[in-house]
Design a protein around this ligand. Sequence first.
Ligand SMILES: Cc1cc2nc3c(=O)[nH]c(=O)nc-3n(C[C@H](O)[C@H](O)[C@H](O)COP(=O)(O)OP(=O)(O)OC[C@H]3O[C@@H](n4cnc5c(N)ncnc54)[C@H](O)[C@@H]3O)c2cc1C
Length: 463
Amino acid sequence: MVGAGFAGVGCVRRLERELAAAEADVTLVTPFAYQLYLPLLPQVASGVLTPQSIAVSLRRSRKYRTRIIPGGAIGVDLASKVCVVRTITDELVNEPYDYLVLAPGSVTRTFDIPGLTDHAFGMKSLAEAAYLRDHVITQLDLADASHDPAERASRLQFVVVGGGYAGTETAACLQLLTHNAVKRYPRLDPALIKWHLIDIAPKLMPELGDKLGRSAQEVLRRRGIEVSLGVSIAKAGPQEVTFTDGRAVPTRTLIWTAGVAASPLIATLGAETVRGRLAVEAELNLPGNDGVFALGDAAAVPDRAKGEAGAVCPPTAQHAMRQGKVVADNVIATLRGRPLRPYVHKDLGLVVDLGGTDAVSKPLGIELRGLPAQAVARGYHWSALRTGVAKARVLTNWTLNAVAGDDFVRTGFQARRAAKLKDFEYTDSYLTTEQVRAHLKGSGSDVSGSEGSGFEGSGPDQE
Ligand SMILES: Cc1cc2nc3c(=O)[nH]c(=O)nc-3n(C[C@H](O)[C@H](O)[C@H](O)COP(=O)(O)OP(=O)(O)OC[C@H]3O[C@@H](n4cnc5c(N)ncnc54)[C@H](O)[C@@H]3O)c2cc1C
């Protein structure tokens, strides 16, 4: 099993439950020792939740018996059935398999925009969310201390790119953070704080439909967030961002959430892809490769419930979690010589938490706004957390934040650490198809990678 996200953990937990220990050994390759509950990441960035509360332990499970390899899969050779793993200490390990389940998720999709990967922050990992929170509070601290009006202006403007749920929630939750925090900075003029949310598409979150989408936009407008549609970034610099409509915005904070692309691991397989996601059948198996399955954000899974030819499931946690269970059943069916079952799931809708009591939700097609939408959003996320302890942590954090608010503490944990898009997703760790083959043949091709190209914190301070 590669990847311990919604898809991977859903699959592993079912395999542990359904398979006898004598029947199979389960191995999980994952850089982190937790399953990250990504939909609550904006609440970590805004300080409503602590980072630990959405990092759900992989080892807390009644039937836990999986062997965990701390690292990332950097290549797969389907012919020899070997997965090449780079451990978090930068060692290469060849892991043979009988059955392979690929659930490495996705990375932030970027474009060839000058300065983007050097200057933009991402919002896809726990480290990024924690860093962003510190960074935003740092801007308030430095603006407060500065006598230079130009510096103050650039530190107090924030740009979020991406009008999907990730970008909209991030902009809304962080705007609320700065709105509440500025009360503790009597020398700062709140009118100088400005949030921009931009997207090249003509609508925010088109999945919400016209009416609910307009409601979400109205909430953002009321909060003073300037929404610009049909607009992207032309170039990004350390202290200024230029929009495609020609506006130059002085800012030190560019947050990029404009979509995702399948994990680079998929390209190493040399198999058919659909827009970068591995093309699998409705049973989530890779055609022509018995015992290989893929799911979640990394796979293009036919959306049988839609009934349209060529439709694939969108990259959501809702699908990934459910696909995990179907893959586990199909691995077990293959092992026991039974027929596979297809994945069919009708979308249950969308919940969007805009911070405070603002939210919009569309469960089962019913449009909700404000408190009822907030209750559905939080209730849904709470129930989807995998362990009772994680549920208790999140509930405690929500209650504490509602009662006592935030202290807006800048921790400094990540100060001076490179923390832009290019620093978090390890996209240069992967091998090419040829490098995988050469490595497995032991032909001496150098696949060790550059220093620090490994997963998690590999590098000088990891022994
Ligand atoms: C800010 C934000 C908000 C979101 N909100 C929602 C929402 O409200 N509702 C919703 O349905 N979806 C939401 N999503 C999308 C949802 O989180 C993803 O669709 C879902 O996480 C996909 O599950 P997955 O298991 O495929 O990937 P992930 O959950 O991303 O898991 C992939 C796992 O694989 C690991 N990994 C990566 N590369 C490797 C490798 N080479 N080897 C081994 N392991 C690897 C990663 O560390 C990770 O643990 C949101 C996403 C973001 C970023």
